[in-house]
Design a protein around this ligand. Sequence first.
Ligand code: GLA
Length: 394
Amino acid sequence: MKTSKLVNEFQTIFKRTEKPRVFFAPGRINLIGEHTDYNGGHVFPAAISYGTYAIAQTRDDQKLRFYSVNFEERGIIECDLTDLAYDEKDDWANFPKGMIKYMCESGLDISTGMDILYYGNIPNGAGLSSSASIEMVTGVLVESLCKLTVDRVKMIQLGQKVENDYIGVNSGIMDQFAIGMGKLNHAILLNCDTLEYRYAPIELENHSIMIIHTNKQRTLAGSKYNERRAQCEQALADLQTELSIESLGNLSIDDFEAHKHLIQDDVNCQRAKHAVYENVRTLEALKQLQAGHLEEFGLLMNASHKSLQEDYEVTGIELDTIVEAAWAQPGVVGARMTGAGFGGCAIAIVEDDKIDAFKENVNKIYTEKVGYEATFYTAAIGDGAKEITEEELV
Ligand code: GLA
C-alpha cells in the first residue's frame, strides 16, 4: 500500500486535516545464529524491506489512539497515557502500548497524546518479527513526535522488555537489534552478551536470498519457545557447578565436550549442544562470507538447520520439508529455517537464474507433503527503523 494512501487513511480514520509524519521499521531475517541470543552467543541477522509503517501525529490531550489497517475490524483502540497497563482486549495494540509505557518509565518526557495508524506488510505469523517491528516503529515515532533523543540501544532494550515483561515471551535481543540497527545491504554480527556488533556487507554476486513462508502460523506465546530457554538455563546451571561461565555462549566446543557430563538431563544436554555449536558456526560463517566463500557459508547454514532439527527440535514437518526440498535443488548454496522455528519461514541462497525452477519445485514437493502451498519472497536487505521524509513518500 502506498504511503500517500496511508496518509489519507490516517486523516479519514482520525478525522484530522493536518499532515501527519510517516515512520517505518523493517522486519528481519536471521542468516545464522539461531536460539543463541538468549544464550549469550552471536547472531547474524539483517533488516528486510518488508515491515511496519506508522503514520502519526500528536494530540492536544493525553489520549493515545491506535488503528491498524491490518486489523480494521478492531477499529480505533484508545487508552490514556496515564493508564498503559496490559489489557487483553486491546489485542495487537498492547505492543505499542507496552513500548510507550516502558519509554515513559525509563524517564523520557512523554506528556502528549498521539494518533497512530499502523500498516504492516510482513506476512502474519511468519516469524519475521512483526511484533518487534511494531515496537521499534513506535519507539522512533514517539522519539520524533515528542522531540526526544533516545539512545538506540536503549530503545532496543525497551522493545525486548515489552516482549519479556509485558507480553510474556522470554525472547532475546536479536529481533529488536536487527530492526533498530539495520543497514542497507548489510547483515549485523552481534555478540548478544556484550552487545558489540559489526556490519558485514552482503554481496552475493549472482545469488539472492529467498524467504519461503510455510504458511503455518504460530505465535511465540503459544510455542515451546519459553521451554527451550528454560532447558538451556538449567543446562547452564548444571555446568556452572564446576565451570565459571556466564552463559553457554562463553563455551568453546572443546570445553563443552569435556564438561557436558555435568548436565543432568539428556534433553537439556542436546539443547545446550545446539547453543554452543551454533555460536561457533555463526562466527565461522562470518569468516567464510568475508573471505568470499559462499559455498562454505551455505554448508554452515545447512548444518545450522540440522542442529535445530535434531538437537533443538524446533523445526517441524513444514520447515523440514521446505529446507530438504531446497537442498535438493540446483543452484542452492544453503537453506535453513530462520527465526524461532515451529513454523514461520525458511531462507535459502539461490542462484538468480535458477529461482523460477526453485520456487516451482519446492512448492510442488511442499504442497504434496503438507497439503497447502508455501509462499516465496525475495529478500531485499534494507535500513533499520526511521522516519520517512516527504521526498521519500510514494
Ligand atoms: C525469536 C526471538 C529471538 C530469537 C529467535 C531465535 O525470533 O524473538 O530473540 O531467540 O527467536 O533465534
